[in-house]
Design a protein around this ligand. Structure first.
Ligand code: PLP
Length: 505
């Protein structure tokens, strides 16, 4: 049950003691959200650390740590003994004060991260390099990357490099690659965009960061899928956006469920071709509802068109960008899954009237992506090799998904994966709500089987539980070996799911 503070604070602090997120972080995040959104008004007096700790049944040191961190972010202030207060936001000075440091004066205290830097660190989620061991999710099969073709084109392209080509590099990307992407999206995603609207990024993560920097102000509400992509959570949080979770069903994000509850969003983030991690593709009608809602709210839509290449059942719907008559959609794509994650190449497509601003901003944050890689990719696309590679990989991954499903059915019964895996590279095994999926994933890892728990992808405290299993990176024999290991770990969960400790209190 959520705990509500009574001691002068009118906000609910919810603690999930089964979560991997430390208690101090849960309290810190919720208080920071409340202050930045104005729910805890400037000047509000905080309860004493002792009362606060008693209310929440945590140690006083935990509350002291939270207060210290919020003070270091200048969100709380006050003297010992005089109480702790929510600070009044400081207006930025119109012009920096003139330098008037007397000679020999002590240096200013500079060895601290900025508030933004601390926010960035606090939103980090962990390491990325992991060995592709069954059933590690989100992995393409790196052995299928067309390395010989790539090297051949790289050799040819290097021979054509002239000083002029090198000098003409635009921060928005290599022009022929932008043209190739626009042509491809117009044919494959029903869009009608021009090369000038395509901005090459260092993958989706950079695209998300750029979009958040450009379109969000601190404290802006962002609606997003729950569960959903952690990379989006981190980019939005790091840029000061506030996450408002929206439930997901077999058709993707369902904004109608929250329209009367959440604050009006500045942005709605979704992955409509392949919801992460269930792999639900969004049908046409749901897309139209989403667009209408965004229209009513005056919100941007950020469409992560992740894994559109791997929609296995039925025809893919046109992109939201294509269906949007109001130019409120930013479309994002990546080459991480269809080619290589380490290429670090992706793109965003923005409305025409924002193209110049985004191109300029791209130059400010990171100049541009590696020119030579862009040139090779451009050739791969213009020669038609990209489309044939998509066709090949989709067929291969569909086969692997079916092979994995057949094996799982034999072990766990029909459709143990629910409705997952209609697109993408993963299957999701739902577990009973309240089950500690992190502990189950850790137990499987000790036996040599890599899966991810669902709970870290969930924003709300209701914590549906599940295991995310990747199939795409593994050959049939490797899938079979993984399934054998899984068979030795059964049953995955106790017959009667225990009540969570929070619920039991
Ligand atoms: C939902 C989603 N979008 C995008 C990406 C790709 O990110 P990037 O292009 O930064 O590698 C991933 C990677 O797993 C993902 O899960």
């Amino acid at each position: 049950m959520p705990k509500t503070l009574q001691a002068g604070l009118q906000i609910a602090i919810e603690l999930d003691r089964a979560s991997e997120v430390p208690l101090y972080r849960q309290i810190l995040d919720q208080l920071r959200d409340a202050i930045l959104s104005g729910r805890l008004a400037a000047g509000s007096r905080m309860p004493s650390t002792r009362i606060f700790a008693d209310e929440l049944k945590v140690s006083r040191n935990t509350i002291l740590q939270v207060f210290d961190l919020l003070k270091s972010e200048e969100l709380l202030g006050g003297q010992t003994g005089a109480g702790t207060f929510v600070t009044t936001p400081q207006a930025l000075p119109v012009a920096p004060p003139p330098m008037s440091m007397p000679p020999g004066a002590p240096a200013l205290p500079f060895r601290a991260l900025s508030r933004r830097g601390k926010n960035l660190v606090a939103s980090a989620t962990g390491a990325f390099a992991e060995k592709p061991t069954p059933f590690l999710p989100d992995q393409p099969d790196l052995r299928e990357f067309p390395i010989k073709t790539w090297m051949r084109i790289l050799n040819e392209t290097s021979g054509r490099l002239t000083g002029q080509i090198l000098a003409e590099t635009s921060s928005a990307g290599y022009e022929p690659l932008r043209q190739a992407i626009a042509q491809h999206l117009n044919a494959a995603r029903g869009m009608n965009c021009e090369a000038a609207q395509v901005i090459i990024t260092t993958g989706t993560q950079q695209g998300l960061d750029l979009v958040c920097r450009m379109l969000l102000d601190p404290g802006d509400p962002v609606w997003l899928e729950d569960p959903g992509y952690v990379g989006a959570h981190t980019a939005i949080r790091a840029n000061g956006g506030h996450l408002y979770p929206v439930p997901v069903d077999g058709e993707g994000i369902d904004v109608s469920a929250v329209i009367d509850h959440h604050p009006v969003p500045r942005m709605i983030f979704c992955s409509p071709s392949c919801h992460y991690p269930s792999g639900a593709p969004m049908p046409l009608e749901r897309r139209q509802t989403l667009l209408e809602t965004a229209d009513r709210c005056g919100a941007w839509i950020v469409e992560d068109d992740y894994d559109y290449e791997f929609i296995y059942d039925g025809d893919p719907c046109p992109a939201l960008f294509a269906l949007d008559g109001q130019d409120r959609t930013i479309h994002m794509g990546t080459f991480s899954k269809i080619l290589l994650p380490s290429l670090r190449l992706g793109y965003i497509v923005v409305p025409k009237d924002f193209a110049a601003a985004f191109a300029q901003a791209r130059g400010v944050v990171d100049r541009h992506s590696s020119l030579i890689e862009q040139m090779v990719l451009s050739e791969v696309m213009h020669r038609g090799l990209f489309v044939s590679h998509i066709r090949k990989m989709k067929k291969l991954y569909r086969h692997r998904r079916d092979h994995m499903r057949t094996g799982l059915e034999a072990l766990l019964g029909p459709e143990a994966w629910g409705r997952s895996g209609r697109s993408g590279t993963n299957l999701l095994l739902p577990l009973a709500s309240g089950v500690d999926d992190g502990a189950i994933a850790a137990r499987l890892a000790r036996r040599g089987l890599m899966v991810r728990p669902l709970s870290p992808y969930v924003v709300t405290r209701s914590r549906p539980a599940g295991l995310i299993l990747g199939f795409a990176a593994f050959r049939d024999t490797e899938i079979d070996r993984g399934l054998d290991l899984l068979a030795h770990c059964l049953p995955l969960q106790p017959a009667a799911a225990p009540r969570s400790r929070a619920a039991a209190r």
